[in-house]
Design a protein around this ligand. Structure first.
Ligand code: SF4
Length: 87
């Protein structure tokens, strides 16, 4: 199980989640932030920090946002994977 960052992050990228993640598994893509599915330890610290409520545990992603589960995972296998968050 992992946590998933969904649509509300697009264009916002507040990065408050980055500051609380104990394993630094939140990365930045062009459009949004992404959680690395293999590095996330499911601690839940990031979820309440997001000002736009974009973060959900994988099994609690709302039905209209489930495409973001595969989007998060596939982002790390693409040609331009998310990198360290920029400040
Ligand atoms: Fe990081 Fe914990 Fe959020 Fe996973 S659930 S991204 S480990 S803060």
């Amino acid at each position: 199980m992992t946590y998933i960052i969904t649509e509300a992050c697009i264009g916002v990228k507040d990065r408050a989640c980055v500051d609380v993640c104990p394993v630094d598994c939140i990365y930045e893509g062009d459009d949004q932030l992404y959680i690395h599915p293999d590095e996330c330890i499911d601690c839940g610290a990031c979820e309440p920090e997001c000002p736009v409520s974009a973060i959900f545990p994988e099994e609690e992603v709302p039905a209209n946002l489930t495409a973001f589960i595969s989007k998060n995972k596939e982002a790390f296998g693409g040609a331009n994977p998310p990198g360290r968050p920029q400040r």
